[in-house]
Design a protein around this ligand. Sequence first.
Ligand SMILES: [Zn+2]
Length: 237
Amino acid sequence: MSGGGLFALYKLHLIDAALYEMKQRAAALDLGKAEAAKIKELEADPDGVLATARSLSAELKDLELEQKSFDDKLKKLDADLYGGSIVNPREVENIEKEKSHIRERRDNNDARILELWEEVPVAKEKAASIEGQIAALRQTIAKKQTKAKADHEALQSAYRAKAAERPAALKGVPAPLLAAYDKLREKLGVGMAMVTDDHRCEACGMHVPEKAFEHIIEDRVEQCENCRRILFRLQQG
Ligand SMILES: [Zn+2]
């Protein structure tokens, strides 16, 4: 690879590294995934707390409706019985039988309703605790998403501003060097790495041989033996 243009590439790299970092930050914005997973877990209702509260409430409601319809039937039977239209003793007997049958069912319902009046509030309280947790998690998600949206917008505008610096920085970089650098960027995200004071690739920690180090100082292109990034050493003064 021909030498020259390392400092120009370095300036381009600073822009690209900043852009890359902003992309990473945008991808890592907290949208409340953990909270959403927790909600899913709670809503799956592994102990059946929510389902129990729902089914007991529904049972109570059904029984109360049924009582109402039994009352209506009894009223209607009484009206038939005392309305004067039914005089046949056999019919009277049948109606009395039906009334007693309804009353029996009504009494059974009443016994269950009394139980449910105790069970439903307990079950509802247990369910309310879970529903409260879910509501709090939803709030957290909403807050996180509002913040993430604002952060994302800020990142986007910073990204656009930084990206606008790129065309000017491209100009000083020789074409073959740029092509090699772009290939590395595509593969690794970041195409250039600094050489540290103790002669290591700052990206991966690989030792930079003395010869390569001298070349870099002379503005000749060297790549890290391990990660292949183009190496650069900023000259002091
Ligand atoms: Zn390296």
